[in-house]
Write a protein that binds this ligand. Sequence first.
Ligand SMILES: C=C(O[C@@H]1C=C(C(=O)O)C=C[C@H]1O)C(=O)O
Ligand SMILES: [Mg+2]
Length: 464
Amino acid sequence: MTKLLTQKSRDILQNKLNGKNKLLSYTFPIDFYDPLDFFNYQSSTFKGNRFFWKSSDGLLWTVGLGIAASISADDADKRFQITNNQWNRLIKEAEIDNPSGVPGTGPLLFGGFSFDPYSNNEMEWENYGHSILYLPSYMLTVAENQYYLTINVVSEDDRINIDTLRTEGNQFVKQLRKKNNSSSVIPIKIKSSEEVAPNKWLRSVEEIVHVLKTTDVKKVVLARKLLLEFENNAQPSYVIEQLIEQQPTSFIFALEVGDYCFLGASPERLIKKTGNHVLSTCLAGSIGRNHDEQEDQKLGETLLKDHKNRFEHELVVSMVEDALKPYCAEINIPNEPILMKTPDIQHLYTPVTGKANNDFSILNVVEKLHPTPALGGVPTNAALEIIREKENMDRGFYAGPIGWTDYQGNGEFAVGIRSGLLNGKKAFLYAGCGLVSDSVAEDELKETRIKFQPMLKATGGESL
Ligand SMILES: C=C(O[C@@H]1C=C(C(=O)O)C=C[C@H]1O)C(=O)O
Ligand SMILES: [Mg+2]
């Protein structure tokens, strides 16, 4: 492996974006390779610089190892534009060899954005800042059951060309095919779990409900966190494996930055763009599941008819419609929500489809959508002020946009919920819920307990 391709320092790579550096990218089909084994490949080399993504429909998996370039905006306020500009500059001059042209192959940026650009980063989120996206050195893409490997290099060394990458690619695949080169996955042993200040949270809910009853503010999403301690160091690959198995209909994502890994199983798409096809998801309003099929159906019917939940949901639909309209030549939104069921919870769900117009750029649209009232509230800014005042924590990337965009402008972002941040023998899990004027504090606490479940189960924790 050439030294250039294993360059790990993020800062140096960040600077690379400013000089005469050029992106070279080569993509070729390979035979079956398990995405999780790929994530684990040579973990001593790549740990800290990896990402994992499985779309909710299971049709697209992308796994990145190493960093050819990373983009993290220093001006939080302009993070979407900065990311977009740097990315466009990089791909404009790039030399790309990708005969397949399949969405999700070739040069691709994967990463996320913090929920609130104005929050002060608490220690655990320092590495992430307010935005961080990777262009990986090596990337596996599984698209509709075809396997592709992409190699990216950003360099000003003009001795490197696509042929160099071809040779590198052949060598890399040979190494991949050797037995026992992905480290074994060790289960997590949980030691303790602690809900952080649940009583204070309940009081905050009551205070916010009072505001919702007496002012024009209609909805505020309030979150809380749970602290886990483990007997051993938690491996992201173990948690990813559990999530894939336990949450088959959700987006599975992981974004590793140094010793930290933000990961989860989100049921909620923010935006997807394939060619000019646009897909968005309105998801808000929740109720539990029941093992008995009839009881479960009754719960679903109760949710569909419930005024409080319908209102929570309606606010999301109308904001998403307003945000997408300027970017879509056509937009289709059903009048009534349907149910989306995951193993632990059921939600009110309105799928949104549309046709992108020429102004549609996925990062710009992410900026316009985030935060939807599913994670922030209505009106957005008033809700954000209340969250800053009452939540008493830094959400970091929880509830922020997480996903990818490729050099052809395709991409998909989910919101980073049902998620947590792993760090050695510790983890922080996050869950929130939409408060409206007729919210009942205890019920909302129970709703967040259900929302902790996917990550708790995946980390070996017990039900709350
Ligand atoms: C905020 C979360 O979930 C959101 C809140 C929901 C609700 O309050 O009904 C439902 C789905 C999500 O949009 C979370 O899971 O942490
Ligand atoms: Mg709710």
